[in-house]
Design a protein around this ligand. Structure first.
Ligand code: MG
Length: 160
């Protein structure tokens, strides 16, 4: 049995009046993340975990933020592409574990829908997609609600 592990981390600034895409869904909030794509920090961290597990570089290599075709891109499409890359190499995902760092809003009510959305793309059950969240106790740019961070780990298994 061949296993590979990967990790990813991503950061985005938060600004008033932006749509807040997180974990593939739109979160009602007065601020949203800023980026070239839809700035979905959680999906970007998961993309990097998948790419990292197979040494395929990072999200910036595959989807350059200088490329106009990714302007406003739906990060679910980026995640689908990363998943396709690992499938092409004969791997499936065992599980994904992630953590969001943000001060507000409370994420817990949104977690089931995020899990469903991500699990559907990655052909996993919701139990295989863990999404945790923490504040930074008002410290740092996260605590000041200037930005949001996500980390993710993914375990891949070579399909039989
Ligand atoms: Mg990003």
């Amino acid at each position: 049995m061949s296993f590979r592990i990967g990790q990813g981390i991503d950061f985005h600034r938060l600004e008033e009046g932006r749509e807040f895409w997180l974990g593939g869904i739109l979160i009602p909030h007065h601020k949203g993340a800023v980026g070239h794509s839809d700035a979905d920090v959680l999906l970007h961290a998961i993309c990097d975990a998948l790419l990292g597990a197979l040494g395929l570089g990072d999200i910036g290599v595959h989807f350059p933020d200088t490329d106009p075709q990714y302007k406003g891109a739906d990060s679910k499409e980026l995640l689908k592409h990363c998943y396709q890359l690992i499938r092409e190499r004969g791997y499936t995902i065992v599980n994904v574990d992630s953590t969001l760092l943000l001060e507000t809003p409370k994420i817990k009510p949104h977690v089931p829908k995020m899990q469903e959305t991500i699990a559907a793309i990655l052909e996993l059950t919701v139990n295989d997609v863990s999404i945790k969240a923490t504040t930074t106790e008002t410290m740092s740019f996260v605590g000041r609600e200037e930005g949001v961070v996500a980390t993710a780990n993914a375990l891949l298994q070579k399909a039989k």
